[in-house]
Design a binder for this molecule. Sequence first.
Ligand code: ATP
Ligand code: MG
Length: 411
Amino acid sequence: MSRYQAPKGTYDILPPESAWWRDARSVFDDLAEQFGYGFVITPMFEDTDVFARSVGADSEIVQKQMYTFTDKGGRSITLRPEATASVVRAVIQAGGVQGRFKGAYWGEMFRYERPQKGRNRQFIQAGVEYLGSESPEADVEVIEFGYRMLERLAVPRVEVRINSIGDPEDREVYREALGAFLREHYDELSEDSRRRVESNPMRVLDSKFDRDILEDAPVPLDYLGEEAARHFQAVRDGLSALGIPFVIHDKLVRGLDYYTRTVWEYIPTGYEAAQTSVGGGGRYDGLFELLGGKPTPAVGLAMGVDRILLASSVPDPGHALDVFVVVADESLRSEARILTSELRAGGLRIDMTDTQRSVKAQFKEADRSNARAAVVIGAEWTGNEVTIKDLDSGVQDVIAIKEIEGWLRVR
Ligand code: ATP
Ligand code: MG
């Protein structure tokens, strides 16, 4: 065992496994561009208040999971457990939303959790925020975004679970009804849930321990006001029109306090730890005001990249290099370096050895580095030619240097 280990709940990702992460990042970036979301970067830590106010004092995150410390200037600082609060804080700081604002982020989040498969203390979330729109079309677009991301990252059999928790006024009435139900069953509830019966009964619906008792609990859908009900119907119609399958889960409330109306989760049903979400989102029309901004309707999602990897069909890493340049005549080493440089400039992925080695050793290295082809620089060089060999099939040709790219393209 090495002397130092990555801290509990964290991990290192090295090649070749890291290739999946680079690809996933680029799938996400492409999708964000295609959907018209600009790129947002915010700090990995904020004033503790930013999260305490927005995520909610009774939430599991704020109660148990925040990495909070006092910095040398005496400020209470928290490593971000999620990014929506940061993005909203940043947009308010920059003057608020004129019209619509669509932003995407990718980054590390920190939660003090009991580590297990798919549950880490540092993990990556990729998300989008659609700010300044109260239209159900915004909800539909954001839900579609997550669905397409899972599609492109080859996560099979994804179930989209949606619900509406209504507007604040609807929730007040609902909360009364739920509170009454929970008080009736108080003795059967887990300790965490009991604590929340008075402070925040909707949090209890999110409990992993009280599912049986909650079976007959009243649900928010039965308490929706007219507008929230119409909004939810429009979201369902919009998803159907796009052919995105969904199921209504009337007890889905999600773990953050700032949601209103639509909430949803993506559950990969074929995955061994099924029932765990690989992402989720919701509408949060009240968050801007909570953080001191002007009232601004908004909807967003966060995808858990660590869990997407666990749920995706085993990715084939493919070739890591297009060409490994083999120097068969040591007097041509400098020419080989120049050719390598030129081919890289042309966009190919190329590597070669760092010092004199036998041809056999260089071919071994080419295999080990998972190259698609070897380009041998030797006797043919004087005629401006090289030997090129497909390392999978073994087929080889002697071709002109300027034909290398074309040869790779057609094969
Ligand atoms: P869970 O109920 O599994 O704890 P959550 O409700 O806390 O999830 P969110 O806050 O909604 O999760 O975060 C969105 C996504 O981020 C989740 O769907 C999940 O994929 C991912 N995620 C959340 N916490 C972790 C973690 N500790 N490690 C890895 N991924 C996580
Ligand atoms: Mg959680």
